[in-house]
Design a protein around this ligand. Structure first.
Ligand SMILES: [Zn+2]
Length: 317
């Protein structure tokens, strides 16, 4: 399998000069990628400018950061042609790798805008090298800049930063230094959300499990769904009785619950409510084992939230 380390630069509307096109807030203008083999050797390069079709003025921030001007872009090719070449470059069997989580979603939005098929018709598996760097060398939660990772790993800065190709090149250099076993922590791009129960995603990782639901009308109907609200031990696949029932924080963006597996111990469930492209919501639920004392902490948090809600209701009446 090939690893395609990808980076994009995009342009956006200049307020006042060009109105924003709602279906395409970010127009891809520069596509850079490195093809790598299983052992992290660089075996191919892709570097293409895109001739813009939507925004004809360069946003001042874009040109300042990436040193690209409209004259340069006019030498590029239209997006569908660049994309066709890019897909050929990727080959049959490949996995996309990017620094952070933004690029693939925006890439797919551009594909859809220009009438092309997206990479997949459901959540797309990819490697977020920024996350892998954190898991391999830091706490797994922090998210560092690409420059930080370059310095941390003492990678030589032999070409200038902030063009799609150079950032893909440096991301590839970082990727090559991340132990192979870290690659099991893949991510999903959810530009395309599961549309049916059959398409929902269940992904097991060494220390947790991730579930991506199909699309629902709103968060309340989502949280009433049997699968979404279930608290299952992913090791023995048993549905567990809740010790702490679902409660929401962060104005309904996050929900938490807890249960205890008689064999494997206490578990915490976190459901994040995410907006789907098509207007509804979907749920990303993670399940993981936690120490007993964390169970108590979560219980206290729930009690506090319930109390707050009651006070709020009293205040309204
Ligand atoms: Zn169990």
């Amino acid at each position: 399998m090939n690893y395609i380390v990808l980076d994009l630069e995009w342009n956006q509307s200049n307020t006042g000069r060009e109105p924003e096109v709602k279906e395409l807030p970010f127009e891809v203008i520069d596509v850079g990628a490195i093809r790598m083999d299983e052992d992290g050797r660089m075996i191919g390069e892709f570097n293409q400018l895109v001739k813009p079709q939507v925004y004809q003025n360069m946003h001042r921030i874009t040109s300042r950061i990436i040193h690209l001007h409209m004259q340069d872009l006019l030498r590029g090719q239209p997006f569908p042609e660049v994309m066709k070449e890019f897909l050929e470059f990727c080959g049959e069997d490949y996995l996309l790798c990017t620094w952070g989580t933004m690029d693939i979603g925006e890439f797919q939005r551009n594909m859809k805008f220009f009438g092309m098929d997206t990479f997949s018709d459901g959540p797309l598996k990819f490697l977020d090298v920024q996350k892998l760097f954190s898991i391999a060398f830091e706490d797994g939660k922090s998210r560092r800049s690409l420059e930080y990772a370059i310095d941390f790993l003492k990678i030589e800065k032999d070409i200038p930063f902030h063009r799609a190709f150079s950032d893909a090149y440096y991301t590839g250099k970082v990727f090559a230094l991340i132990p192979k076993e870290t690659r099991v922590y893949y991510s999903f791009d959810t530009y395309v959300v599961p549309q049916s129960k059959e398409e929902e995603v269940f992904a097991e990782f060494p220390t947790y499990m991730k579930y991506i639901s199909r699309e629902f009308g709103d968060r309340h109907s989502a949280m009433e769904d049997k699968e979404v609200s279930s608290t299952r031990c992913y090791l023995c696949n048993k549905n567990l009785r809740k010790k702490i029932r679902w409660f929401s924080t962060n104005s309904g963006k996050h929900y938490y619950a807890a249960a205890e597996c008689p064999v494997h111990g206490p578990m915490k469930f976190k459901a994040r409510v995410r907006k789907a492209e098509t207007g509804g919501v979907y749920i990303v639920k993670t399940s993981k084992f936690i120490p007993e004392e964390k169970l108590k902490e979560l219980g206290e948090r729930r009690a506090e939230m319930v109390k707050k809600k009651k006070e709020k209701r009293k205040g309204q009446s």
